[in-house]
Each structure stands twice: as C-alpha cells, then as structure tokens.
Design a protein around this ligand. Sequence first.
Ligand code: FES
Length: 152
Amino acid sequence: MLSAEEKQEIEHELTKFPIRKSACLEALMIIQKHRDYVSDDGLKDVADYLGMSATELDGIATFYNLIYRKPVGKKVIRICDSVSCFIMGYEQIRSKIQEELGIKLGETTPDQEFTLLPTPCLGTCDKAPALMINDELHRNLNPNNVVQILRK
Ligand code: FES
C-alpha cells in the first residue's frame, strides 16, 4: 500500500501529465526513493494507483536501468560497457572493481555497501572509461584511480 507521502509525491507528478500512466516512471522513482528498490508489492501498488496492469508496468520498470527491481547496496556502481569505454579499458576497470569488492557484475557486497551493475553510455565518451557511483560521475578511470575512488 502506498504511504501518504508516496501518494502525495505521485499526485504532484500526475499534474504534469495528461494521463495517469504517463507518470509511471516518476512514480516508480518515488517508490524507489522511499523503499530503496521496487519490490513486486511496490510495483503492484504503483500499477493499481495508476490504473495499469502490473505486467505492463513491470515491462517499463525492467527496461529502465535506473529502476532497481531487486535490493541494491547503499552505493550503486554503474560501470559503462559501451564502445568508447570498452576500447579505453572497461575490462581492466571492471576486474579491478570486482577484485577490490569481491563481487561480480549484478552482485552486492555482503555488507550491503556496494552493488555493481553494467550501464550503457553515460554520455562522457571523450573521458572514457567512466562509471557512476549513485549520482556521482567518475571519468578518465584507470586501475589505480578506480581503487582510490572506491576506498574514498
Ligand atoms: S561509451 Fe562510456 S561514456 Fe560513452
């Protein structure tokens, strides 16, 4: 069930759209902000509120890589695996992170601190390789500075 606060925030988003389901992505982001990820129950709550089927909404939720359908760590590392980053050393950066955190792509550290996920181009190809940790962009990575960034 949606909380009063969640409903209020979704209602605010609904004022920007002509039909209720057009605000579904914003509504999912609101649920994620309050609950850390979008569980099946959270997805159903939003679908019911917007008059959509859970299946239809799940198709949208799983399409967007910023919607987490499973629990994630406090810090989500999204490492770019698109062409410029790939050419400029993605694989070394990814293996350094995996080695440092002891997790593979798609996994979360046992202390729930970090989740490592792949992401398409972050729009900073001229400073590849790049990744984001939550909302913070890190560019011009190399195996040394990526470890310093993680330890910070
Ligand atoms: S390819 Fe990685 S930022 Fe564009």
